[in-house]
Design a protein around this ligand. Structure first.
Ligand code: PRP
Ligand code: URA
Length: 211
C-alpha cells in the first residue's frame, strides 16, 4: 500500500530495534531506551532537508562562513503520554529544540481523542514543528493534534511515529494532506478495539509500566 504523505524509514538499525520493541518479552526499561534510540535515528532522516542559512564565524585563525539551520528553534511536540518517550532521543541530536505538549487520550469505547492540555512556544509561524507519537492507529489523535497546532498558527508541521496503520495514514492524508508522516513501519490493520496489528501493544502502558 502506498500513501503520498508517508515515508517509511527502513534503515536497518531502525528495523532491528523496532523488532525488539514489538516483542512482548521486552521490559519497560528496554522499551523506553529503544523508543528513544529509534527516535534519534528517525530525527536524522526527517531533518535532512531543513533549510540552511549562511553565517559568519571566527575560527581561532580567521573569519569564515558556515551554515546553520534557518529560522527559529525547532520544536518537538509530543502527544501525551506516549509521545514523551521520543523526546529525549531527538533532543540528543537537537539539544536546542523547544518542547511543546499536547495532551490527548483516546476514549476506550468511542476511540475518539479527548484533549486535556495544549502548550507550545510562541513564534508559531516561523518554527518547524515535529509532532511525536509512537502510534498512528485510527489517526484521531494525530489529526486532532495537527489541527490544534494549525489553529495556533503553525505552518510547518511533520508527524513522526514508530508504527502506523493504513487507516491512520489515510485519516492524516484526508485531513492534513500537506503534513508529511514518517513512520518506522506501516502495519497491516487495526483490530476491533482500534489496536494496530501486528503492532506493539499499548505504547503508553509499555513505556511507563502502567497496566
Ligand atoms: C495512544 C497513542 C496515540 C493514540 C493512537 O494513546 O499513543 O496517542 O493512542 O490512536 P489513534 O490513532 O486511534 O488516535 P492513548 O490514547 O492510549 O493515550 P496514552 O498515550 O496516554 O496512553
Ligand atoms: N494506541 C496504542 O498504544 N497502540 C495501538 O496499537 C493503538 C493505539
Amino acid at each position: 500500500m502506498e500513501f503520498p504523505n508517508l515515508t517509511v524509514l527502513s534503515h536497518p538499525l531502525i528495523q532491528h530495534k523496532l523488532t525488539i520493541l514489538r516483542d512482548k518479552r521486552t521490559s519497560t526499561r528496554d522499551f523506553k531506551q529503544l523508543v528513544n534510540e529509534i527516535a534519534t535515528l528517525m530525527a536524522y532522516e526527517v531533518t535532512k532537508d531543513l533549510p540552511l542559512e549562511t553565517v559568519e564565524i571566527e575560527t581561532p585563525l580567521e573569519t569564515t562562513t558556515g551554515s546553520q539551520v534557518a529560522g527559529k528553534k525547532l520544536t518537538l511536540v509530543p502527544i501525551l503520554r506516549a509521545g514523551l518517550g521520543m523526546v529525549e532521543g531527538i533532543s540528543q541530536l537537537i539539544p536546542s529544540a523547544r518542547v511543546g505538549h499536547i495532551g490527548l487520550y483516546r476514549d476506550h469505547s468511542t476511540l475518539q481523542p479527548v484533549d486535556y492540555y495544549f502548550k507550545i512556544p510562541s513564534g508559531e509561524a516561523d518554527r518547524a514543528f515535529f509532532v511525536l507519537d509512537p502510534m498512528l492507529a485510527t489517526g484521531g489523535s494525530a489529526v486532532a493534534a495537527v489541527s490544534a497546532l494549525t489553529r495556533a498558527g503553525a505552518q510547518r508541521i511533520r508527524f513522526l511515529c514508530l508504527v502506523s496503520a493504513p487507516e491512520g495514514v489515510k485519516a492524516m492524508l484526508d485531513a492534513h494532506p500537506k503534513v508529511p508522516v514518517y513512520s518506522a513501519a506501516l502495519d497491516r490493520q487495526l483490530n476491533e478495539r482500534g489496536y494496530i496489528l501486528p503492532g506493539l501493544g499499548d505504547a503508553g502502558d509499555r513505556l511507563f509500566g502502567t497496566r
